[in-house]
Design a protein around this ligand. Structure first.
Ligand SMILES: Cc1cc2nc3c(=O)[nH]c(=O)nc-3n(C[C@H](O)[C@H](O)[C@H](O)COP(=O)(O)O)c2cc1C
Length: 214
């Protein structure tokens, strides 16, 4: 049985990002995969502390993160998985701090500074990234979000395995805009879009999940 892990980089456990990740996992489950959703904000960890134990030649932590915390069992689970899917809201044009700290710890131990930038990750697995954001697709392009995100995507692709991307734009910040100044947005259009388009985004995520374990 194939296994897929999804990592939610949003502090919210039932909103845009986790909903789409869950749809992707439902897609993977529909073709028989074992699935698990991990909420990063529920775990206790920090980003890489530059100890370089993971780089020490013949050291006991070569290729592994030497820091022991809530991520240690997660790294073992990733090594057993056939696919991993990351999900993050866009905060100030990039992934959330927790997602970035997680990726530093997950990826860096496998990254070798030889001429080929060899990956110590033992196999190639399928990977995916779902981004959710409030801006429209046009605005996402104007603001060059894709360029901001490309660096980390290429490390995931190189170290773990081929990456597929899904951008979910024009998401609602909240279901109650009456609490905030929001004249920058056309709220009615946003709410209408949420009713009409979000189910299609869920379907797209469902298909992505299926394809990651195919
Ligand atoms: C701190 C913060 C910063 C944000 N910055 C952006 C941004 O730069 N661009 C954008 O499109 N949306 C931004 N948003 C909106 C979220 O990306 C969007 O609502 C996302 O879908 C929330 O995901 P969630 O529902 O899973 O928490 C921001 C939201 C927060 C809370």
């Amino acid at each position: 049985m194939r296994t897929i892990l999804a990592f939610n980089g949003s502090p919210r456990k039932k909103e845009n990002t986790s909903t789409l990740l869950q749809s992707a996992l439902d897609g993977a489950a529909s073709v028989g995969a074992k699935t698990r959703l991990v909420h990063l904000y529920s775990l206790n960890y920090k980003g890489c502390i530059s100890c370089y134990q993971c780089k020490r030649i013949s050291g006991k932590s070569l290729g592994k993160c030497a820091v022991k915390d809530d991520l240690s069992p997660i790294f073992e689970a990733v090594e057993q998985a056939d696919a991993v899917l990351f999900g993050s809201p866009i905060y100030f044009g990039n992934i959330t701090g927790e997602m970035r700290s997680f990726l530093e710890r997950l990826l860096y131990p496998h990254h070798v500074y030889d001429k080929n930038r060899t990956s110590l990750f033992k196999k190639r697995i399928s990977t995916g990234f779902i981004y959710t954001m409030a801006v429209t697709e046009d605005r996402m392009n104007e603001l060059h979000y894709q360029q901001n995100l490309q660096g980390m995507e290429s490390f995931i692709d190189h170290i773990l395995g081929d990456i597929r991307i899904m951008n979910a734009c024009d998401m609602l910040h909240t279901d109650d805009y009456s609490i905030m100044e929001a004249s920058a947005f056309d709220i009615e259009a946003k709410q209408r879009r949420h009713e009409e388009i979000f189910p299609l985004e869920r379907q797209k995520a469902f298909e992505l999940g299926k394809s990651l374990v195919a």
